[in-house]
Each structure stands twice: as C-alpha cells, then as structure tokens.
Design a protein around this ligand. Structure first.
Ligand code: 1GP
Length: 226
C-alpha cells in the first residue's frame, strides 16, 4: 500500500484560505501526500472545493474524516481516526458505526485506512471536541500504541500534538515498541531541524499550521525527511 511509504504529509484545513500560488508550492513541494482535514468548520462544500484544487497536481490526496457529511468520492484514501483517549464514545466508535450503517455496502476497503489517535495537546481543538483525557505519563501513551499494534491492529498510530511541538523522547519510546504499526507524528513542526528530529523516530510526519504561518519555512520540512 502506497501510504506505507509516505514520510511527509502536509495537512490542509478546508476551513482555512490558501492562495493558488501557495497551494501550488505545497502540492509541488515533493511531499508524499496531502491530507485534507480539520476539527471545525469542515463542510462538504469546502472539502470538495479544496479537493478539486489539489487534484490539479499529481500528489496523492486523502480525506481525514471528521464528519460524515463531508465524505465525498474522489480521494485516494480515507483516513478514519478513532480517538483512543477520548472520553466520548462518539469519537472512538459511534461515528464509525453510523458511517458503516449508511455506507458500509459501498465502502472500498482498499481506500479506507484506520488510525488509532492519541491526542496529546490538551489545548487543541480536537482535544476539546472529543473530550480527550490526556495521558499522564509516557507509559500511558505507549500502552495506547501497544493497543493499536496488538489489540485493534489498526495500520496507523497517530501521536497528535496539534499546535505544539511534542516530546521527542516519548516519540522515540513509542516508535521502539512498534513493529507493524506505522507511526504518524503531527504537531508544531516549523523547521527543517524539527522535521528531521521527529522524522528520525516517526515513520511519517505531518505538517499543518505552519503552511499558513510561514510557508517557505514549512516547505523546507519536506527535504528534511526524504
Ligand atoms: C494536525 O497533526 C497535525 O492534525 C499537524 O499539526 O498543525 O501543529 O502542524 P500542526
């Protein structure tokens, strides 16, 4: 599966503005893929609009599903998060159940990739939305990663520090315990050095916010991991 080779992903928020010039730079940066996803303000219209604009380029594009209403055909992959440290079962499995009931028969399982999510920034939008309970130690995070690898057998474990740069020692420890599961790291990557540091342990790094804050610096994170 192609996504297993990805080292670098830019995550674009359909609720945020991006100019044609900036989008071209992102899509032609050499990144392995674009994920379209966000925590609020995601609508079918803004998802389709951004998908069409990204589709002008050769880069693979995935939808990270956060609302059933914004699901639309045309993506290469659909990433389905299950937020393991949410205290609300909606984000762990209820939305998934509802989606299965509605679309189960037409789902193409080659395109659907499940992610075991662990939210690690208590102040990010996703933490609020999902009522995430922050792990209190590295051991707790490692236990989630081990659940993903050995119990749930999701292909991806996602350490989501969205908005802040995470703890590299914890990322290292988590990565050492994973054999089959692909480790995604996302959060606060702004520089080439940070991309290289997290990319040394994570299989795949995800750069989001910085695309909108300092595009030129964000673009440099691509070659740091390839
Ligand atoms: C967000 O993990 C991604 O879902 C990337 O985080 O926006 O902080 O780069 P940043």
């Amino acid at each position: 599966m192609e996504y297993k080779e990805w080292r670098h992903i830019f995550k674009l928020d359909p609720a945020k503005e991006i100019s044609t010039e900036a989008l071209e730079k992102v899509c032609e940066s050499g990144t392995d893929a674009i994920i379209i996803g966000g925590s609020d303000g995601v609508t079918l219209d803004n998802v389709i609009d951004l998908l069409m604009r990204v589709r002008r380029y050769a880069v693979p594009v995935a939808l990270e599903v956060s609302t059933i209403e914004s699901i639309t055909p045309g993506f290469d992959f659909y990433f389905i998060p299950s937020v393991l440290n949410s205290t609300d079962t909606k984000w762990v499995k209820d939305l998934h159940h509802a989606a299965m009931k509605e679309f189960g028969e037409v789902m193409n399982w080659e395109e659907i990739i499940t992610e075991g999510y662990c939210i690690l920034n208590p102040d990010c939008k996703a933490a609020n939305l999902t009522n995430a309970k922050l792990p209190e130690s590295a051991e707790e995070i490692i236990a989630y990663a081990q659940m993903v690898e050995h119990m749930f057998k999701f292909p991806i474990f996602y350490m989501e520090y969205s908005g802040i740069y995470g703890d590299v020692e914890v990322v290292q420890k988590v990565s050492e315990g994973l054999e089959r599961t692909q480790l995604f790291y996302g959060g606060g990557i702004q520089t080439e050095a940070q991309a290289r540091e997290m990319g040394a342990y994570a299989d795949t790094i995800i750069v989001g916010n910085h695309v909108y804050e300092n595009l030129e610096e964000a673009l440099k994170t691509v070659k740091a991991v390839q």
